[in-house]
Ligand binder design. Sequence first.
Ligand code: MN
Length: 209
Amino acid sequence: MLLLGTSASWAQERVTEYEYITLPYALDALEPAISRRTMALHYGEHLRSYVENLNRLIKGTAMEGETLEDVVLMAEGPLLNNAGQTLNHNLYFLQFSPSGGGEPSGALRRAIVRRWGSVDNFRLAMEEAARTLFGSGWVWLTADGAGNLYILQEAGGLNPVRRELRPLLGFDVWEHAYYLDYENRRKDHVNALWQIVSWPVVEKRFENN
Ligand code: MN
C-alpha cells in the first residue's frame, strides 16, 4: 500500500535503507517559530536516532525492504516506535518553510470549510487538540479516501496510516519539540507553527488522495 505518494524515495521498490531526510531549509530558517537550537536537537539528534534505530531493528525481520508506511502498518513494539517516529518527522519537517504561513487554498480549503465552517475554526480545533493531548504525542489533520477531513490525537509515535487515514499536517507535541524555546507553553509553540506551515505541501498531500 502506498498512501502518501509524495516522494520518489517512497516508490514501491524494495527499500535497502530508510533515509535520513535532508532538510530543504537551514537549521535557523524557521526562527522565531522554531529556534536553531531546537532544530539541531530535534532534526539532528532525535530524528537521526529514530532512523538509525529503525535501520538496526528491521534487519532480519520479514518487514525488511517494505516501504516505510508498510512497516508502520505492520510493526509492533520498538520497531513500530522508531518507524512511526521516522514517518512522523519526515512529514513534520517537510511541511514547514521559512516562506510558509497564510491560509490553505483550493480543494483543501473547501474541505476545511465544509468540515469546520472556516479556516479559523479549523485552526482553533487543531490548537485545542494539541492543548488537550496528555503527554507525548502528535496532532494530525488527516483525510480519508473520500476526502473527508479529521483531526486526530495520536499517542507516542503512532501515525494515522494505522487507521487508514492519510496524514496531511502534523504537530509534534512531544516536549522535545518545544521545551527549549517555549518551556511549558505548548499553546504558544503550536500557535507559532501556523507562521511556517507550507500550505502548498499540505495541499499536495491532500490532492494525492
Ligand atoms: Mn519530535
